[in-house]
Design a protein around this ligand. Structure first.
Ligand code: NAP
Length: 286
């Protein structure tokens, strides 16, 4: 039998750290197999995916701009992918193409490990941003039973779409109203592109947060964003975004290579070394 071959599909995709993550796991578990970048332009994406079987590809991760196109191609979508209309993990099973969205699972696992007990009081969660990543975060927070999931976004129509994913707990607001919610927030999540290397920093009055509030930035390049640094200086527990990238990768690896891998400090250090050695490369969700 040929060794399993998996890919990360994006456009561009060379900046993706997923080959480091899956390459480390293949080596750690002594498995035959490969995981490579696959830079595929949007117009070629459907043909590339339909050619998986013929090319000996067992599946892959999907990142910007292909997540919605991947959803349109799958025979079976998991509940998360169906709710979001976006797929970040593909695998073939008996000739059928399956799709899942593991970003919400990665987000929750990152906080469960990085800030144990972070959701025990539920209460108010404030999510900054309403793009693809924010949609997963909003669903995950609603699934954990937060009483209020406040979505703050520059473009109000996107904030409203995201807030609807939290049902009656969802509320959409603009940045001019965020001061009303910060003092009562139990959790604050940055799901905007602000704070990334090459972008403006996120401008938030962190001093209004209660000491017990947990802060999470999905951005992980740089690892310590200005939000993470100011939250720590304010005495808040702050969790960076790297763990989400690592944890969202677990289900795909298990599907393609048959072993459920562990997210370890060794893996985290490996990716941090790459981030520090390649400062300026844009992050991606896979
Ligand atoms: P996206 O769909 O492009 O959404 C970008 C979001 O940022 C939108 O809400 C957008 O607001 C907001 N934004 C961009 N520039 C802004 C500005 N100047 N002022 C105010 N808001 C601004 O991107 P995405 O895929 O959701 O990713 C969002 C972030 O999460 C990125 O930094 C990405 O690297 C990170 N991420 C991390 C992981 C991980 O594993 N850690 C996974 C996924 C994503 P508008 O709607 O108003 O344009």
């Amino acid at each position: 039998m040929n060794a399993s071959r998996a890919v990360v599909l994006g456009y561009p995709v060379r900046h993706s750290r997923s080959p480091i993550v899956h390459g480390h796991w293949l080596k750690t578990y002594g498995l035959e197999g490969s995981y490579e970048h696959a830079e595929v332009a949007p117009e070629n994406f459907p043909d590339f995916v339909r050619g998986f079987e013929a090319d000996g590809i067992v599946g892959g991760n999907v990142t910007i701009p292909h997540k919605e196109a991947a959803f349109a191609l799958v025979d079976e979508a998991d509940e998360e992918a169906a709710a979001l209309g976006a797929v970040n993990t593909l695998w073939l099973d008996h000739g059928k193409l399956h799709g899942a969205n593991t970003d919400g699972l990665g987000f929750l696992a990152n906080l469960d490990v990085g800030a144990p007990g972070w959701a025990k009081d539920r209460g108010v969660a404030v999510v900054l941003g309403a793009g693809g990543a924010a949609l997963s975060v909003v669903r995950a927070l609603a699934g954990r039973g937060f009483d209020k999931v406040v979505v703050v976004n520059r473009t109000s129509s996107r904030a409203e779409k995201a807030a609807r994913l939290a049902g009656s707990a969802g509320l959409a607001i603009g940045y001019d109203e965020v001061w009303r919610w910060l003092p009562s927030a139990n959790v604050v999540v940055n799901a905007t592109a602000l704070g990334m290397t090459g972008k403006d920093p996120l401008d938030l009055h962190i001093g209004e947060l209660a000491q017990e509030a947990v802060v999470n930035d999905l951005v992980y390049v740089p690892l310590v964003t200005n939000l993470i640094a100011s939250a720590r200086a304010n005495g808040n527990h702050a969790v960076d975004g790297l763990g989400m990238l690592l944890h969202q990768a677990v289900p795909g690896f298990e599907r393609w290579f048959g072993v459920r891998p562990e997210v370890t400090e060794e893996l985290r250090s490996l990716v941090i070394a790459d981030i520090e050695g390649r400062s300026g490369s844009a992050p991606t969700s896979a």
